[in-house]
Each structure stands twice: as structure tokens, then as C-alpha cells.
Design a protein around this ligand. Structure first.
Ligand code: 5GP
Ligand code: MN
Length: 344
């Protein structure tokens, strides 16, 4: 397996971990499979290294289909237990930042607490343009997932044998979800090598797939059906598909967190479509998900005027405009770059 960190970085990370008796592991808001997987994988690793005072702090809860992961019940949520989370962050000797590139991705308040604490940090992440805050930076924008990077980090530190079954499951969860079940171009032979190793050591990969993808509630499937049949619009001149859902519609289908995940990929799957956008009205803002198939860079598109970012082919953003205004502006912006989308 190729090395990603140089020997000084590895030595610095090992020293930080060895010296620290109070460790906090963090990830981003609205945690996905890679955020839950990478933070809990690091949690199990720290425990296996004999660290007793280790806490995973996430900004908010993950959807139900991610709550089965071993260690999930030990997580402290900043939005529920702000005081405890703040105290732990302030008392930590070391903070892991997993699966995010900017402190603000943990939310305004938690980001400010992390910034004020200014603790030595290890960032492990695959998003583009990471903020310059951590002591040890492990950023690899070509990696399919942060979980793959956690495996490689563990391996390079010489701790492969410390990977328990619980840690293996957490790693697999993030690799599987962030790689679209091993189909995105970011999947490499090393991704499969890692998974091969995990399966050899007892991982039941089919169970994890079932936990995540075969636990739909009927309301969710009806919401997806409604979104695809009533709310999907294709702008043919720009090879772009858009789906949008209002709060009222989400309430009508008894929406639960995570229910609209994957909808944007369905829009992208249409033949000839090169970019897809999903807009979802929330209580205070409209969230957007951007996806592209080829070379059109949705990270740049999301950064430019949607206060977001992510990866070249998958990015997100948000706006405080109402959903109709956001939709109108989106369509104008798509038309303004239609030649770039078509040429991609
Ligand atoms: P999703 O559309 O699945 O929510 O997110 C796609 C990708 O974009 C993920 O890698 C996610 O981390 C990133 N992303 C989503 N929302 C935001 C955002 O508001 N700001 C930034 N910088 N990245 C985001
Ligand atoms: Mn990720």
C-alpha cells in the first residue's frame, strides 16, 4: 500500500497521540456515512491504543440508518449537550477533524468553540481546499472517502493489527457510502485491497449494506416517488436536472432526516444529463446538493454563489433566500454556464 504521509508527519501524529490523554474526535454537520464511520473508526482506534478519555463530538444526529454503528450511543451531540461538548473541547489535548475541511462545516457555534480552543489537531479529510488550521494535515482530495484515509493512516502508523471488527465496520460504512457502493472514479485498487483485508478479518459487508440501504420506511419511498414523478425538471439546453422540495411537501410525507439522500443522484442518472441539483427547503435556509458526471466542477459552482463546496463531482451549499428565489437564481446561473456543462 502506498504511503500518503511522509515519515515526519507520521512521527508528529504518533507523538501527538501518545502525549495526549484527553482526545476529542469531531466531524461535520448532518453527518453522513463517512462522517459517522471515520469518527467512530478513530474512536475505536484510540480505545485500542489504550486511550480512556476519548469522545466523539458531532454537531447533530445522524439519520436512523447510521445509528447501528458500534459506539454511536457514546457520541455527544453539540446541539443537545452544548455545555458538555464545549467543556470537553476546551479540555482536550488533541482534536481529530474527520471528513471536513473548514471549521464552519461543524456549524457556526461548534466551529467557533473549536477555533477558540485552538487545540493541536489532526485533520483527515478528502474535500478540496482545506483550511490551514491543523498541526498534522492529512488531506487527499483523490481519496474516495475519509474512511479509506483512516485505514491508511492507521496502517502507516503501524497499527493495522489494532483494527477491531467494530472499527472495520465503521471504515467499511464510510467507504461504501461515499463511493456510491464502489462505483465512483475515486475508487482505486487500494480501496478494494483495504476492503479485501477487512473481509478477510471477519467483516460482514452484506449486513452493512442491508443496514444502510434496506431499511426504508414506506413514507420515504413515497416521498422519492413523488419527487421523481412530480418535482423533477430537466433543462435540456443545459443538460441539467433539478428536483426541489418544499417544507410542506416534506411534512406531508412525514420526512425524516436522511430521507432525501440519493435523490440528486437519481436525477443525474438520466441519459444525457450532465449536472443535477436538489433543493430542499429547511426551517431557516434552503440546502442545495450538486452533482456532475464528467468534468464540470460543481465544487466551484457551489463555492461561487451558494456558500458551499465539496468535491468536483459532488458538492453542497445553502442560501437564506426563499426556495422560489433560489430556484430562479439557480436556473439563471445554470443557463449562464450551460456551454461549460454541455462541453463537459
Ligand atoms: P451532499 O450533497 O451529499 O449534502 O454533499 C455533497 C458533498 O458536498 C459532501 O462531500 C459534503 O461534504 C459537501 N457539502 C455539502 N454541503 C456543504 C456546504 O454547505 N458547504 C461545503 N463547503 N461543503 C458542503
Ligand atoms: Mn466523505
Amino acid at each position: 500500500m502506498s504511503s500518503i504521509l511522509n515519515s515526519e508527519q507520521i512521527a508528529a501524529a504518533q507523538k501527538l497521540i501518545q502525549q495526549s490523554d484527553s482526545i476529542v474526535i469531531t466531524s461535520h454537520k448532518s453527518p453522513d456515512g463517512d462522517a459517522v464511520g471515520s469518527s467512530l473508526a478513530l474512536y475505536h482506534l484510540m480505545k485500542a491504543l489504550g486511550k480512556e478519555n476519548v469522545h466523539v463530538i458531532l454537531p447533530d444526529a445522524a439519520p436512523d440508518f447510521l445509528q447501528w454503528v458500534h459506539g454511536y450511543n457514546d457520541i455527544i451531540f453539540f446541539d443537545k449537550d452544548e455545555k458538555e461538548a464545549t467543556d470537553l473541547i476546551s479540555a482536550a489535548n488533541l482534536i481529530f477533524c474527520a471528513d471536513y475541511n473548514l471549521l464552519t462545516r461543524t456549524g457556526e457555534k461548534m466551529g467557533a468553540v473549536l477555533k477558540a480552543a485552538a487545540r493541536p489537531s489532526i485533520l483527515i479529510d478528502h474535500h478540496q481546499q482545506p483550511e490551514d488550521f491543523p498541526v498534522v494535515l492529512y488531506s487527499d482530495t483523490s481519496a474516495c472517502s475519509t474512511c479509506e484515509m483512516v485505514f491508511r493512516f492507521t496502517d502507516q502508523c503501524g497499527w493495522r493489527k489494532r483494527i477491531s471488527l467494530a472499527m472495520a465496520e465503521a471504515i467499511y460504512l464510510g467507504i461504501m457510502t461515499d463511493s456510491g457502493s464502489f462505483r465512483f472514479p475515486s475508487v482505486s485498487s487500494e480501496t478494494h485491497e483495504i476492503v479485501g483485508y477487512l473481509i478477510e478479518h471477519g467483516l460482514d459487508h452484506a449486513r452493512i449494506h442491508r443496514e444502510v440501504y434496506d431499511t426504508n420506511l414506506l413514507d420515504r419511498l413515497k416521498l422519492v416517488g413523488y419527487a421523481l414523478s412530480e418535482k423533477l425538471e430537466v433543462i435540456e439546453e443545459a443538460a441539467t436536472a433539478i428536483i426541489w422540495l418544499t417544507n410542506d411537501e416534506l411534512v406531508r410525507f412525514k420526512h425524516r432526516q436522511g430521507d432525501t439522500e440519493g435523490l440528486v443522484n437519481q436525477a443525474l442518472s438520466i441519459k444525457g444529463v450532465k449536472m443535477a441539483v436538489f433543493l430542499r427547503e429547511g426551517n431557516s435556509e434552503v440546502k442545495l446538493s450538486f452533482r456532475s458526471k464528467n468534468t464540470f466542477d460543481v465544487n466551484q459552482f457551489a463555492r461561487k454563489s451558494w456558500n458551499g463546496g465539496g468535491h468536483k463531482n459532488a458538492a453542497g451549499g445553502a442560501t437564506s433566500e426563499n426556495i422560489m428565489d433560489a430556484l430562479k437564481r439557480l436556473k439563471e446561473e445554470v443557463m449562464a454556464v450551460k456551454n461549460d456543462i454541455l462541453a463537459s
